[in-house]
Ligand binder design. Sequence first.
Ligand SMILES: NC(=O)c1ccc[n+]([C@@H]2O[C@H](COP(=O)([O-])OP(=O)(O)OC[C@H]3O[C@@H](n4cnc5c(N)ncnc54)[C@H](OP(=O)(O)O)[C@@H]3O)[C@@H](O)[C@H]2O)c1
Length: 216
Amino acid sequence: MRIGILGSGLMGAKLGTIWARAGHEVVFSYARSEHKLKRLARETKGKAQAGTPLEAAWQADALLLAVHWSRVDDVLKQAGDVSGKVIVNCSLPMNADNTDLVIAHTSSGAEELAKKVPKARVVSAFNTIPSEVLFGVFEARRRASRPSLVYCGDDASSKKTAAQLIRDVGFDRLDAGPLRIARYTEPFALLVAQLAYAGDGRPELAYRFEQFRTKG
Ligand SMILES: NC(=O)c1ccc[n+]([C@@H]2O[C@H](COP(=O)([O-])OP(=O)(O)OC[C@H]3O[C@@H](n4cnc5c(N)ncnc54)[C@H](OP(=O)(O)O)[C@@H]3O)[C@@H](O)[C@H]2O)c1
């Protein structure tokens, strides 16, 4: 796949690096320095390059949106026409100091994003895990027991693309349903962040949902 990274910070840099190492073609975009984007591309040792958001979106099979909520409009404007594109959104609708969600209960960041780009196909994924765990999960991807990753979206084919990208990182994909379920996954992401960063913290944290059936 050709993957455009819109926002090459903690999440975008790591996911882009992992996907390049997994054999995808990656374009890193949207950081404050071009030097950083070039370094990221070089360090993947895979098929990766630095570019503008417009270049990242060009011929992309999937775009990862990984910016602070306050930067979403800006990066989308720079990306140009994203009609028909699969947008995998890990961005959470956080306030300026990242202490709370600014959209919740009656909508979600993912749904508001879908309204901003109605011709794109938005999937909500990778928002429920801390960036610190990503390389560890990738390293452990051949183990029998993988951590879960919930994702949701309204379009079957874009969810298939997202599912592949989730598997490539090393997670067990867990389809939570339509995009409106992001109303539940986004607050859940804050619970995971609380467990990862509060107090003593254990930022290399992932989760796993399991079933326990009775025999009777
Ligand atoms: N970090 C996590 O563990 C985590 C987990 C789940 C969800 N999320 C969500 O994922 C999204 C991304 O999080 P993140 O931690 O990856 O954020 P981040 O590290 O702050 O990355 C944001 C990217 O946007 C770039 N950027 C910011 N302002 C810019 C500007 N004016 N012009 C150009 N580029 C600009 C930053 O550039 P620089 O590289 O130059 O700083 C950086 O590359 C957020 O919505 C967050 O809530 C994060």
